[in-house]
Structures are given as C-alpha cells and as structure tokens.
Design a protein around this ligand. Sequence first.
Ligand code: F6P
Length: 341
Amino acid sequence: MRVGVLTGGGDCPGLNAVIRAVVRKGVTAYGHEFIGFRDGWRGPMEGRAVPLDIPAVRGLLPRGGTVLGSSRTNPLNEPDGERRVKEQLSGLAVDALIAIGGEDTLGVAAYLAEQGVNVVGVPKTIDNDLSGTDYTFGFDTAVNIATEAIDRLHTTAESHMRTLVVEVMGRHAGWIALHSGIAGGASVILIPEQPFDMDQVCRWVESRFRTHYAPIVVVAEGAVPTEGRMVTKDDSRDAFGHVRLSGIGEWLAAEIERRTGTEARTIVLGHVQRGGTPSAFDRWLATRFGLHAIDAVQEGAFGTMVALRGTDIVRVPLSTATARAKTVDPALYQEFDVFFG
Ligand code: F6P
C-alpha cells in the first residue's frame, strides 16, 4: 500500500513522533510505502509531496514541530478543493491517508471519509479539547511549560508584591489553564467555560495580598468576563473562521490595577507552549497513536480516529470525534474552589 501522511493546524510537540512510528511500523511490519504531504491539507490539494522512509524519520522522536510543515488550509473553502485533493491522491497513487490534526484538520478528514477517501485520523492539539479521546498529545508538554513558568513567576511576584497575570492558550477549553494553574498553585484560574465576575477576581486578589503572598492569576486566552466579550487581537479570521485571540491578560491586569489600586503585570506565554521537545508522556502517547493508526490503515478501518481511553488505544468514528469540543466540566472546576483567593 502507498500511504500519505499530513500534519495540519497549529503545530504541537509530538507530531514528529507520530510520523516516525507510522513509518517505522508501516515499512517494517507491513511493507508499505509512504509519502509525506507538505503543510497540512495544502499538500494533497496542490500535490506537494516528499518521500518518507525509515532514514527520513531517524532522530525525529524528540524533535518539536513537524518536519512536514503545517497550515490552516481548508480545501473545502477553496475553489474545487475537494476535487483537487481527490485528483492529487489518485495521481500520486495514494491508497490511504493519515491526517494528524485537531478539530479543523480532522473535520475535513471526516467529510472526505464520507466522500469515499481512505483516511484515518490522529488527534493532536495542545488544547486537549478534542472529543472521543481522553488526552491529545502536546497537552502534557504545554502544561509542563506553563507550570514551570508559573513556578518561576511566584518568586518574582512575591519579591515585588504585585499580581502577575499569566495568559495561556485555550480558545474554547480551559484545560491548560486548569491543569497548569492547579499544578503551579495559582490563586485564580479563569477558563472559557466559566464566565468570570471581575469583582470576585478582585476579592480573590485582595485576600491573597492579606496573607502576604502575591497573587498569580492564570487565564485562558478564551476566558470571558460576565459583563463583556472575548478579547481578540483583531477582526481577521483563519480559513476555518477562527478569530485571533490574546489580550484578555492585559485587560485583566489593567482592571485589577484600576479596581484594587495594586500593581499588576501580564505575561503572555503564547507559542512557547507549543515549541520544543515533547514531554516523555507525549512521546509515549504520540508513538502509540502512530502505531495504532497504521494498524487501522492496514485493516481498512477508514473514517476512524485513534483515541486514548483509559490506558487503551481505541478507534472512534472521525465524525463523533469532531462533532463538538471537549470542555472542562463545571464540577471539575469547582473541585478546586478552596484554592482560589
Ligand atoms: O489550536 C491550538 C492553538 O494553540 C490555540 O490554543 C490557539 O488559539 C491557536 O492554536 C493559535 O494558533 P496560531 O498561533 O497558529 O494562529
């Protein structure tokens, strides 16, 4: 079989580990041939392909980013996009495609699978907001990076007795904010799923100062005040209709200063959360996803996505995996009430 591989959407640590596992098992166990498509769905749409074999994947396990490149190209939004993808796949004699991506990339995969394309999905995103899988790879690395930043910020915040607001990624889901905030001992954690009351945030900040500790506020980029709206960078949208977020951290620090009369500063972690080498857990998960994805191809289980359930890797329909975002349950968030303020 000739198998194509692509990585789409925002990059994330572990993408290369999936590619390596797919190719290693595909060549060794099944005798498949591989080609890598460049830059997400742009690759199969424009026929941008590179050869992939075992020498090409040597040394990839600890490497961040993706050697195939990535983009947010949506072929279903392009003139004749679907037809061009199908023609390129058949022109390059590709029998099956492994699409590694988040809700957008896999949404395209789900649609194309319904149109008869042989595609298997692998879930990735640092946001951990994909349904159908307990965890996506990339998330653990992002949480570790954010936690280390929070640990470092505690000492400088306390030296100056000021509030430090740490803005982390998380468009619709507050998984990174919640996990890193709890692991890093934050005094306030704000997530997109729970609109926050600015008066309450200020009460938590003031009560933290009263105990002679400096407050650390962790906020997901998609968090929204009860009276207000999501803060966006500008009005531009990507090919999947997403606005560019970032700005809520600056807004919060300014409001804390204005309402409490105490000093507050903001740190936006941004893409540092997606960069560099994957954690051991993400290398392990990405490797298992890769091994199971090539098994799914071998068995003709097209239209499915590999997923983590407990400690098992299972297959779920691509359509259910991409139907809605996996968000933080209010009960889980409330478990940590006692640490706020
Ligand atoms: O989807 C993952 C993610 O990291 C989001 O948390 C974030 O909003 C977005 O990507 C930013 O992506 P980019 O910088 O590629 O536009």
